[in-house]
Design a binder for this molecule. Structure first.
Ligand SMILES: *Cc1c(COP(=O)(O)O)cnc(C)c1O
Length: 391
């Protein structure tokens, strides 16, 4: 038999199956919302990042349709060549206004925003300090940049200080990178402390506001606003695809930073501009976030109510500490998590099992939305009560 250089793929998949780490897709057959049709079953949706229920909002849909009618389906090129439209500029202005920064720049996804920004800001002679639980896009951005990367223990300010004291002087520039809301745990970074240390050690700070934008802060600006750090010298990255209900990413910061990124961020320069539909939908979403604070009020009410119900009815459930709409129930093994996910689905609840290597420990991850009704939260708690495995 001739050599087959691809046989290892099947062996590798078999290993993934044996560990119960195998992943596959599930088809959603309806518009996004609190209740959706999933593989032929109606389920209450606790798996969505659409925190404010905007992805299915008629105003976003109409904005996308109108932009498509006027400007076409695709943007036809990169922003620096044929891809730039007035809509992109309007969206960037709107994001800068929400974030209270001088300027903003939109990317084709949050993932690309992190890759391009980190790679533009630091290189071989520089150092990155990265929280151990950071999102994949921050970690891969750090690798892509070629900088020296040191991970500090999750949200451990003392460890961050220790690592800086040990390594900082051997490098030129230094960048601290962290999620504000940690995507797979739901807790928040200690931003004021991180900013103070950054000043002591002359470091730049990049925060990933993917799960915080539209959710945290009095005006929905995110974790930076939540901590009263608006206007401080930092780099904010985020996504248009979570609370903003569309697709794309952004960076917000000083005019100089944005000007620099337009010239140096490879994942902005060498990729096609956001489509008219995505851009217009995101623009409509920023407006709604600013004009309808009641959506955020309802979201926090839902989160508090669910937490109270859990405390009352499920005192033994291992809930990870959270200060966001992301709530995780820890389980002993990947197999237990998969089984719990299946049981929930059979009972009409869509809440995915999150397993290694995405996270160090297996869990069921719940995202609360503003559009959940009390009955949805009660049903979740009742179903969990009836299950024995997560306790
Ligand atoms: C979802 C997410 C991203 C990626 O954003 P996309 O727009 O989906 O590519 C980046 N960082 C964090 C923390 C996220 O949760």
């Amino acid at each position: 038999m001739p050599n087959n250089p691809y046989t290892w793929l099947e062996q590798s998949l078999a290993t993934i199956h044996r560990a119960d780490w195998y992943r596959s897709v599930q088809t959603m057959q309806s518009r996004p919302g609190a209740v959706v049709q999933l593989e032929g079953c109606q389920v209450i949706n606790f798996a969505s990042n659409d925190y404010l229920g905007l992805a299915g909002d008629e105003r976003l849909i109409q904005a996308a349709v109108a932009a498509t009618q006027e400007f076409g389906a695709g943007s036809t090129g990169s922003r620096l060549l044929s891809g730039h439209r007035e809509l992109h500029k309007e969206l960037e202005k709107a994001i800068a206004s929400l974030k209270q920064t001088e300027e903003a720049l939109v990317f084709s996804s949050g993932y690309l925003a992190n890759l391009g920004t980190i790679a533009a800001l630091v290189g071989k002679r520089d150092l990155i300090l990265s929280d151990q639980y950071n999102h994949s896009s921050l970690k891969n951005g750090a690798i892509l940049s070629g900088a020296g990367v040191v991970e500090y223990a999750h949200s451990d300010i003392e460890d961050l200080k220790r690592q800086l004291a040990k390594h900082r002087t051997q490098y030129r520039r230094c960048l601290i990178i962290t999620d504000t809301v940690f995507s797979m745990d739901g807790d928040i970074c200690q931003l004021p402390e991180i900013l103070a240390i950054a000043q002591d050690f002359n470091c730049m700070v990049l925060v990933d506001e993917a799960h915080a934008t539209g959710v945290l802060g009095a005006t929905g600006a995110g974790g930076v606003e939540h901590f009263g750090c608006t206007g401080q010298p930092l780099i904010q990255v985020g996504t248009l695809s979570k609370a903003l209900g569309s697709l794309g990413g952004y960076v917000a910061g000083s005019a100089t930073l944005i000007d620099f990124l337009r010239n140096r961020a490879p994942s902005w320069i060498y990729t096609t501009a956001l489509s008219p539909a995505d851009t217009a939908a995101a623009l409509a979403a920023v407006g709604i976030i600013q004009q309808e604070p009641e959506r955020r009020t309802k979201l926090s009410w839902n989160v508090e109510t669910l937490q109270q119900l859990i405390q009352e009815k499920l005192p033994l459930l291992k809930v990870l500490p959270s200060e966001s709409p992301i709530l995780c129930f820890q389980l002993a093994t990947a197999t237990d998590a998969l089984m719990a996910g299946k049981q929930l689905k059979a009972a009409g609840i869509f809440a995915p099992a999150i397993r290694p290597p995405t996270v160090p420990t297996s869990r069921i991850r719940i995202s609360v939305m503003a559009t959940h009704e009390l009955a949805h939260l009660q049903k979740l708690v009742n179903v969990l009560e009836g299950m024995n495995s997560p306790q």
